[in-house]
Design a protein around this ligand. Structure first.
Ligand code: ADP
Length: 393
């Protein structure tokens, strides 16, 4: 069965076309910096050609345009792997939140309506997904579309970690609680460590990308996640603010800011972008910091500090630590950030090996043989989790 997986990140759109159950990748595509008018980067790779396609500064303003570009390449006479678009038999989406649906579901009108209801909680994710899903429904009306929701892996988080200190009736009436997200990525990391080590033991998975979250995993089970009710929470993200003081809102309103202005600040002008004033891309911030930009350096410090706060909390919650895994665009690629974090963890026995840190690619251990905690870099594969679940329904 040909299964197309669509991953609409907050700053990127990724596709993988799998032949299942062999888990063979036929083609993959990625658009970075989607929505920026002249700055997007399109990557495409197919199994029948060695060379990759790489197009810079593509004008890809919408998720629908990104989909069309990828589908064009799937059918391309040189780079294509399909004769006809109807050879796509199922499409799986790494969906985020739908009221009342927290696992794997066919995207029926009811589920889509439940996603629509949650736009107010997950605007940066549910909107692009609904745009992508609507577009695929239009061009492939007979294909089953499946949502693999990001909350599924975290349903095991115990109640005392889910509840906020709010009036209990808000939880009962509106379901306000900490849901946790990035489930596909953290469950993938958990499965890789289990496969390699026999079991996960006590593991902290750090998914650092356009969105970032940390997950405490005990013997393969999610026991805490830095995301709460919405994806605005936890550590700072590329553009989103992360954990903050709720009294900021009445204060800003009292200062004359409108609700729309505040929301825009929280969604688009916060996070790495808002703090640095340079970019939402960590590469640009690292470069500016290296050139002496003080705000860029401060942004890196805030980011590291917040990650360390969660590592500290989870170390205690787990009652020890066997593994730390770095994943996501930042976690997989930023040596500077991994070093900055791990150097602050020497008192719990973390020791990196410089050689390992720079000399290898793919799944790897970057800690030394003496380190009490194994530190890993594992490229995440959320799409594989989505493809498997999409087939299983
Ligand atoms: P998303 O959450 O949108 O799927 P990704 O996981 O693809 O995002 O991560 C994207 C981020 O990864 C970029 O915004 C960029 O900051 C970061 N990144 C990618 N490569 C590097 C690198 N070599 N060094 C530092 N950061 C990087």
């Amino acid at each position: 069965m040909n299964v197309l997986v669509c991953n609409a990140g907050s700053t990127s759109l990724k596709f993988k076309l799998y032949n299942m159950p062999e888990e063979r990748i036929l083609a993959e595509g990625k658009i970075e910096c989607i929505g920026s008018f002249d700055n997007a980067i399109f990557h495409y790779f197919c199994s029948n050609r060695k060379e990759k396609v790489l197009l810079y500064k593509q004008d890809i303003a919408t998720y629908s345009q990104g989909i069309l570009l990828f589908l064009d390449y799937l059918l391309d006479k040189d780079f294509g792997v399909l004769k006809d678009i109807t050879q796509i038999e199922r499409i799986g989406f790494k969906t985020v939140l739908a009221k009342g649906y927290y696992g794997v579901h066919e995207l029926t009108p009811e589920v889509l309506a439940a996603m629509e209801e949650c736009i107010v909680i997950a605007p940066a994710h549910n909107k692009p997904y609904l745009e992508a899903i609507n577009h695929f429904q239009m061009i492939l009306p007979d294909v089953m579309l499946v949502g693999v929701f990001e909350t599924a892996f975290h349903t095991t988080i115990p109640m005392e970690r889910r509840l906020y200190g709010i009036p209990y009736e808000w939880y009962k009436e509106y379901g306000i609680q900490r849901f946790g997200y990035h489930g596909a990525s953290h469950s993938y990391i958990s499965s890789v460590i289990s496969e390699k080590e026999g079991n996960t033991g006590k593991l902290i998975s750090c998914h650092l990308g356009g969105s970032g979250s940390l997950c405490a995993i005990d013997n393969g089970i999610s026991v805490d996640n830095s995301f709460g009710f919405s994806l605005q929470t936890g550590i700072i993200h590329a553009n989103r603010i992360g954990d903050t003081d709720p009294y900021l809102f009445p204060f800003l309103l009292s200062q004359g800011k409108s609700m729309d202005e505040i929301m825009e600040g929280m969604d688009k002008r916060g996070g790495l972008f808002g703090l640095s004033g340079i970019s939402n891309d960590l590469r640009d911030i690292e470069l500016a910091a290296a050139q002496g930009d003080i705000r860029a350096k401060l942004t890196l410090d805030v980011y590291c500090h917040q990650i360390l706060q969660y590592i500290g909390a989870y170390f205690i919650e787990l009652g020890g630590l066997n593994h730390i895994v770095f994943t996501g665009g930042i976690g997989e690629n930023s040596v500077l950030l991994r070093d900055a974090i791990c150097n602050k963890l020497s008192h719990i026995g973390v020791e990196l090996d410089e050689e390992n840190e720079i000399s290898q690619k793919g799944d790897r251990i970057i800690s030394s043989a003496q380190s009490k905690v194994k530190v890993w870099v594992i490229p995440t594969n959320e799409e594989l989790v989505v493809a498997r679940e999409t087939c299983s329904i």
